[in-house]
Write a new protein. Sequence first.
Length: 269
Amino acid sequence: MFRATVCAVALLAWVPVGAVSSQETIKVGGTGGAVRSIEILAEAFQKTPDHSRVEILTRLGSRGAKTALLAAVLDIAVSAQAVTPAESEQGLSGVELGRTPFVFATSSTNPVPGFTLPELVNIYAGRTLNWPDGSRLRLILRPPGDSDSDSLKRMSREMERAVTAAHGRPGLKMAATDQDSAEAIEAIPGALGTLTLALILSERRPLKALSINGVPPSQRAIADGSYPYVKTFYLVTPRTPSPRARRFLEFAGSAPGREILSRLGYWVR
């Protein structure tokens, strides 16, 4: 099973950014929620004196990227999940890339500014089926066990029960990845689903992040605690990363790297 996973990872298409010698290539892949942010960081990193090439492997997800990292296919895995004790025992180590608001998104043309948490619970529980103007609300779900589904369940006990019920309700659209979710929210009239502010900003999606309990999602609202719904992304490497990977990590944590991340909707401590 492990060999098959590694083979599948190796056959996926690389998306190169820049071009220099292969021995100086930094291979990065992981969760789709941060992939465009990493591409933008990579573009800036390659203008520094380091000049290392960055190749980005798409549609791996957090778990697939960690598997590829353990197989030495990647130098850096981008994960929406922290390194677990078991992964640490396998030699992995993670640093925080940044925190971004976990949001409920809809079309940028939708006039609704936001919902209260109880209103959102009612939507997931199936008790509310329409927008305030009477038009049909189309809920976009993420699979059980996905980091977005887990983030929803952590909002409250009532939301946990509502999300579990939604996963058992037939006829709802299920989006496998962050990009699938964003595309569905864009394409389906009346759609509502979960994303991050960073994805909306970095990919320049024509979507609106809704307020929750009257608080719009922003880095400042994360910092002052008024918006508690957050997704954290991590850069994961072997415990002793390669010199080229270490240089990219240092750039991500530098003043220029932090400025880029802030512009893309991250709060960086």
